[in-house]
Design a protein around this ligand. Structure first.
Ligand SMILES: [Zn+2]
Length: 72
């Protein structure tokens, strides 16, 4: 059974995703080590979509897809 899951990644230049929590762009900022949470969302065991969050927003949203795994 595939479940939704989330990972933490550095925000890279050119990222244009919108945060699923606050709606603002998840934007790269030079010299700021900003992090984002990328969630693969499964509905009824089938992959449905990818959601992006600011790392802080993901926590504020109550970690809807679980504790995010750290990835280098
Ligand atoms: Zn946000």
């Amino acid at each position: 059974m595939l479940r939704s899951r989330a990972v933490v990644r550095a925000i890279e230049p050119g990222n244009s995703a919108l945060c699923a929590h606050c709606g603002a762009p998840v934007k790269f900022v030079a010299r700021a080590q900003l992090r984002q949470v990328i969630a693969n969302v499964y509905v009824d065991g089938t992959w449905d979509r990818v959601e992006h969050f600011h790392a802080d927003c993901y926590v504020e949203a109550g970690e809807p897809y679980g504790d995010p795994a750290e990835k280098a």
